[in-house]
Design a protein around this ligand. Structure first.
Ligand SMILES: Nc1ncnc2c1ncn2[C@@H]1O[C@H](COP(=O)(O)OP(=O)(O)O)[C@@H](O)[C@H]1O
Ligand SMILES: [Mg+2]
Length: 345
């Protein structure tokens, strides 16, 4: 596991530690380390994950700025894009860490695109967020790259049920909305009647849904692996409460820490990278045919994970962001280096 426990004073050897970041920075600007402006895209500072990231940024000597994506006005003009907040131009952040809730996906993506056009490094980027938010797109990418996912088929409104059901191995079957989180929009149809009712309801609303093989042998358990860059920084097993197949903590699931084996850690990192994410909550389920990827979350909360593991996930995310920035700074050719967008300290 790559994040440090809360109680331990400093860094585990495998994390980019504060002195390492300072040393890298010192090479770029030998005089004085600059305090970076690290923007958190989040509706509210009071949210646990946002609050923890604010603490972690401060603890590393940088300046956190919480920006509500819905409060930003995205200005487009021939001179280049700008962002205004309450009528004032936003000073360009050195790094953005995006916490885009499912309910503001569109506004969040628009803002991320704007920031990327301004040359601001974003964790995660718009492409990865968009790809992971769309469950069909995410599974398409993972399946096409050879990752194991449960057999899944897209059911268009009004489509004949039998052939679709046969493709995913029959009943019971999981029905999923194309977008959704925290278990909302994930249903189990045990009988043909239940399935018809669900498909007719969504079909009447004009919504296509996913039909997915139900992995019953998982017995309501799944694995959440938190990825930052090339590392799995924490993991927990979640178990659904009795009478429920969804293990989401918001649905009453329970979490316990797990030590990851290297294969699963590697699988989670590769899956996140395939979808274009540096920061990701990767959900896996154990089937009789081995681990299968269920979904990849691009703004994973970590309250439950920190509580279960006592790891400092917030700091590991910030540490990854700083490391990524210093790597970018050393890679960008000098003539195109934009000193306001990469750390010079
Ligand atoms: N195919 C499946 N078979 C068995 N359980 C599943 C399956 N798909 C999802 N689940 C359970 O439902 C939970 C929520 O599904 P998921 O696709 O991750 O949706 P959400 O985005 O709402 O978290 C999973 O964490 C898992 O416990
Ligand atoms: Mg999930």
């Amino acid at each position: 596991m790559e994040a440090r426990p809360f109680s331990r004073p400093l860094w585990t050897a495998s994390l980019p530690d504060r002195s390492a970041v300072k040393n890298d920075s010192a090479t770029l600007c030998p005089r004085r380390p600059r305090r970076l402006r690290i923007a958190l895209l989040s509706r509210k500072e009071s949210l646990y994950t946002t609050r923890r990231l604010v603490q972690a940024i401060r603890a590393r000597g940088h300046l956190p700025v919480v920006i509500d994506p819905l409060a930003c006005s995205l200005f487009i003009a021939p001179g280049g894009p700008e962002i205004f907040l309450k009528g004032r131009a936003l000073a360009r952040p050195d790094l953005v860490i995006a916490r885009i809730g499912a309910s503001i996906t569109q506004a969040g993506l628009a803002l991320l695109n704007h920031l990327e056009l301004m040359g601001v490094p974003t964790l995660n980027g718009a492409r990865g967020v968009a790809q992971s938010r769309d469950k069909l797109r995410c599974l398409q990418i993972l399946g096409a790259r050879g990752f194991h996912v449960p057999a899944t088929v897209l059911a268009q409104p009004g489509a004949a049920i039998e052939p679709l059901l046969a493709q995913v191995g029959g009943l019971p079957v999981v029905v999923k909305l194309l977008q959704g989180t925290q278990g909302v929009g994930v249903m189990l149809a045990r009988t043909r009647e239940e399935l018809e009712t669900l498909l007719n309801t969504f079909g009447d609303l004009g919504h296509a849904v996913l039909l997915q093989a139900f992995i019953g042998e998982a017995e309501g358990r799944d694995l959440r692996v938190f990825v930052a860059g090339s590392k799995a920084i924490g993991a927990m097993q979640r178990r659904a409460r009795s009478g429920e197949f969804r293990s989401n903590l918001h649905r009453g699931g329970e979490a316990r820490p797990v030590a990851l084996n290297a294969d699963i850690a590697d699988l989670a990192v590769r899956a996140a990278q395939a979808v274009g994410l540096q920061i990701a909550g990767v959900d896996l389920i154990t089937s009789s045919r081995g681990p299968m990827l269920i979904e990849i979350n691009s703004s994973p909360g970590f309250e439950g994970l920190e509580a279960a593991t006592h790891l400092d996930i917030a700091d590991a995310i910030v540490a990854h962001g700083l490391l990524w920035l210093s790597e970018r700074a050393s890679q960008v050719p000098s003539e195109s280096t934009d000193s306001s967008a990469v750390p010079t300290s």
